[in-house]
Design a binder for this molecule. Structure first.
Ligand code: LMR
Length: 394
């Protein structure tokens, strides 16, 4: 039977990771896959996570299955973190999922069950797995303009124009903050207009929020998600704990279905729980438990917030340094957008050929669409990258 299988495409983020690993050059710089790295190149276990793990080791007395939807305390803690008091807790159906990807996948499956003809609008560009999952689940994929290649900022007019195509029965997938791959984000006023347009269109808004706390702070980064939840009668939210808790390999995420109709919430809860059972039975618990412990213990919360803020500020510092260095080298402000972007990524805005040239000539690895992981830099490599960008004629 296996001979009938077709080779599957490997997405460009995974391809970059493979090429980086295979490069024998010692001075290579990895700006590929989105993981946070400190100045020494390590992706550290956060202090609050270590402390929670230690405590958990002492108190955990069973590894029996968790609930199908995950622990209710995890859902409560995450609903609080992501939604604050934007909606009553009773309006939110939630299931723990393996990472944010698990939540996106189940959201698409739920949409397919509710409306097999739904069209899912995703930003152009978006995280490549968004398109891959929409296609795999068999939903119709549409796109809306997002990035202005000239300014490297948001193409707000293009976005608003394209959203006019969405209507009742469709889904509009939004990045809650720290847009991946561009780093360009709407202002709060633009968010108000975007959310109003989606709500008026009758389409279901869905938010993927994977970088809360990496942009402008935990609450500022949740602004759009909270706005969506408070304005729309129904919405879906996929949230990841991989980055902001640094627990990538624990696969910790949550899918929320928010409805201001009690029957809707109940149905969503039932379907999402059933999808867990169908896909993997019980969700992973270790990471979810650590997150719950951190968010419910004031001391651990403070420890976590402090380190998350250090991480955020270090990325902002690297952005500023890179923008300053490029300003110095080019005597122009055309790279100022790097300091304005938020989150882990910035799209440099160059061709795949020049991205390849940076790879060949300088062992600098970014995604072929010129997405750079800013956290892959440090104070030593910022001038190296800036010089290479200028040398390549970008
Ligand atoms: C990324 O965009 O690099 C991360 O979200 C990792 C991934 O799974 O692609």
């Amino acid at each position: 039977m296996f001979e009938a299988l077709k080779e599957q495409p490997v997405d460009k983020i995974m391809l970059t990771a493979q090429a980086y690993r295979a490069d024998p050059r010692a001075e290579k710089i990895d700006l590929g896959v989105g993981v946070y790295k400190d100045a020494t190149g390590l992706t550290p276990v956060m202090r609050a996570v270590k402390a929670a793990e230690k405590k958990l080791w002492e108190i955990e007395n069973t590894k029996v299955y968790t609930a199908l939807a995950g622990e209710p305390a995890f859902a409560d803690a995450m609903v609080g973190l992501v939604l604050g008091d934007a909606v009553p807790r009773a309006n939110v159906a939630a299931v723990a999922t393996p990472g944010g990807t698990g939540a996106v996948r189940e959201a698409m499956e739920l949409i397919k069950m509710a409306n097999p003809n739904a069209r899912v609008f995703i930003s152009d560009p978006s995280w490549p797995n968004h398109a891959a999952i929409v296609d795999y689940v068999g939903l119709k994929r549409m796109s809306y303009r997002y990035f202005d290649e000239a300014t490297r900022g948001l193409d707000f007019d293009g976005l608003m124009e394209d959203l006019k195509q969405a209507g009742e029965g469709d889904v509009v997938l939004l990045h809650g903050c720290c847009h991946n791959p561009t780093g360009a984000n709407p202002t709060e006023a633009q968010w108000e207009a975007i959310v109003a347009a989606v709500v008026a269109s009758g389409a279901l808004p869905m938010v993927d929020i994977a970088y809360q706390g990496f942009g402008d702070g935990l609450d500022a980064d949740a602004f759009a998600t909270r706005l969506v939840a408070s304005k729309a009668s129904e919405c879906l939210i996929a949230a990841s704990c991989s980055k902001n808790f640094g627990i990538y390999r624990e696969r910790t995420g949550i899918l929320m279905g928010v409805s201001n109709d009690a029957t809707g919430t109940k149905l969503a809860q039932g379907v999402m729980t059933a999808l867990n059972r169908l896909n993997f039975s019980f969700p992973p618990d270790h990471g979810a438990r650590l997150v719950t412990m951190i968010l419910t213990d004031p001391e651990l919360t403070a420890m976590w917030k402090e380190e998350l803020e250090e991480v955020r500020l270090s990325m902002l510092g690297l952005r500023q340094r890179l923008a300053d260095e490029l300003k110095r080298l080019t005597n122009s402000d055309r790279f100022d957008f790097l300091a304005q972007h938020r989150g882990m990524f910035s799209r440099l805005g160059t061709t795949p050929e020049l991205v390849q040239k940076l790879r060949d000539d300088h062992a600098i690895y970014m995604i072929s669409d010129s997405r750079m992981n800013i956290a892959g830099l440090n104070t030593k490599t910022v001038p190296v990258l800036a010089a290479a960008i200028v040398k390549a004629g970008i």
